[in-house]
Design a protein around this ligand. Structure first.
Ligand code: SF4
Ligand code: SF4
Length: 450
């Protein structure tokens, strides 16, 4: 479509990116069919096409956004289903990122909203404080529930709080920094990023990652967790680009040393970098655009692989003998995270992997739709998130699977919270991470959630 930027605006590299993306959009509206918020509201301004127009107006006019426009853009989950659907290859993420940044720069949110966002941006990447907040939240859950009538974020927090907190903490991590050697012949060597939120909510997933990878002939290198922390996705999704860049640069510095040096006396180069949360992996894949094509960002982006891809290859090579016979044929519902299926465009590897291990894999209807987790979305937009979560759980329950498996801690937390709020007459299967299931099926311990 046509754009109307001035010559001065076109000299701005960010505007050049936006202009290129905007010109690709032909306003066909195919993307509206798969947009979760358009499906819920039927409102053009809540669709990708509508949001693209809103962002174009903002960028061209340079004006401060209205509260309505802010709400329309805030309601976007960044699920990127629209990118998967678009026949013209419109990179919607480039536009919504700029839209969010512009809101952050030019719009003053009401005090409560501002304070909530500041608090979440500060708290979530700090594992010690986050854990303390979870403990406090569990003690005060009834109060949060009551507050939720006036302050939706408090109600959302009460819903999302986990039923149990793992025994691990920042001072007693489930996976210590170091080199975990492959069992038997080393087929490959990977780096593992343990991240921030997941290391508090479900550190057992990283422990399963290390076990299952080493069992399948992979040496795992875990850098100092104090150096490599949050990937920056949480602040990035809130439009805090400068904060996200600082976090990304800190991560790259931490990984620089690990990637540049031989990791132990056996030497060997890291061939891939994995993390259990596909939301974080998708963010790292996108570092080159966040950091304007930095070489280090390009390098780590190329190394990032989803655990399903690596395990799928390794399981084929090792053909594990230790498959748990009792699990053969178990019905598993695969819930594909948006960050994996749309962000990284990977749909086949997890399903192929589970099938190769003998599971009866079932996929829910409308598998392309987001579960409503989306970073901090389920806290900041609880009404949409709750509706989408309920819908997703209903579709998963239709599969009548014995368990639900996903690849992202955000989706896992959201589904577990939905499971708790479902009608008590329905049996809600446990929700676990793909790495935990493959670990269990090939000789590891039963996942704690089971
Ligand atoms: S499908 Fe693509 S080209 Fe069509 S309106 Fe949506 S973003 Fe634009
Ligand atoms: S990212 Fe998701 S919610 Fe946002 S416009 Fe695209 S499909 Fe809709």
């Amino acid at each position: 479509m046509q754009t109307h930027f001035t010559e001065a605006q076109r000299r701005n590299p960010a505007i050049q990116v936006a202009d290129e993306v905007l010109r690709k959009c032909v306003h066909c509206g195919f993307c509206t069919a798969t947009c979760p918020t358009y499906r819920l509201t039927g409102d053009e301004r809540e669709s990708p096409r509508g949001r693209i127009s809103l962002i174009q107006n903002l960028l061209e006019s340079g004006a401060a956004p209205s509260p309505d426009t802010v709400a329309n853009l805030d309601h976007c989950l960044s699920c990127l289903a629209c990118e998967s659907t678009c026949p013209s290859g419109v990179s919607y993420r480039r536009l919504i990122d700029q839209g969010r940044e512009l809101i952050e720069d030019k719009y003053q949110r009401p005090l409560v909203e501002r304070t909530t966002r500041n608090f979440l941006a500060w708290l979530l990447p700090r594992d010690r404080w986050f854990r303390r907040a979870l403990i406090l939240g569990r003690w005060t859950r009834p109060l949060l529930n009551r507050l939720g009538r006036h302050l939706p974020v408090a109600g959302a927090m009460a819903r999302i709080l986990p039923d149990r907190l793992p025994g691990y903490s920042a001072d007693n991590p489930a996976v210590l920094p170091g080199v975990y050697l492959a069992n038997g012949e080393e087929l490959m060597r990977v780096g593992l990023i343990t991240g921030c939120v997941q290391s508090v909510l479900a550190p057992e997933i990283d422990a399963a990652m290390v076990r299952v990878l080493t069992r399948h002939g992979c040496t795992v290198v875990v850098p100092e967790s104090s150096a490599a922390g949050c990937c920056g996705a949480l602040s990035h999704h809130m439009g805090r680009t400068a904060q996200a860049r600082d976090t990304a640069l800190a991560n790259l510095r931490a990984w620089d040393a690990t990637l540049a040096q031989p990791q132990d006396s056996d030497e060997g180069k890291i061939e891939a970098v994995v993390m259990a949360a596909s939301g974080c992996a998708s963010m790292l894949k996108d570092y080159p655009s966040l950091l304007d094509g930095s070489k280090k960002a390009e390098n780590i982006s190329l190394l990032i692989k989803d655990i399903s891809i690596i395990l799928n290859n390794l399981v084929k090579i090792k053909n594990p003998q230790t498959r748990d016979k009792a699990l053969t044929g178990a019905a598993v519902a695969w819930q594909s995270p948006c960050s994996l299926q749309h962000g990284m465009q990977e749909q086949n590897a997890p399903v192929e992997l589970l099938r190769s291990l003998g599971f009866n894999v079932r996929q829910p209807r409308d598998a392309h739709l987001c579960c409503g987790s989306a970073g901090t979305y389920n806290l900041l937009q609880p009404a949409f998130a709750q509706t989408l979560g309920t819908e997703k759980m209903s579709r998963l329950l239709e599969t009548r699977a014995d368990m639900i498996v996903s690849g992202n801690i955000g989706c896992i937390s959201q589904l577990r919270s939905q499971g708790r709020s479902q009608n008590a007459t329905e049996t809600v299967p446990p929700v676990i991470h793909l790495a935990e299931l493959v670990d269990w099926a090939t000789g590891g311990p039963k996942p704690p959630a089971l």
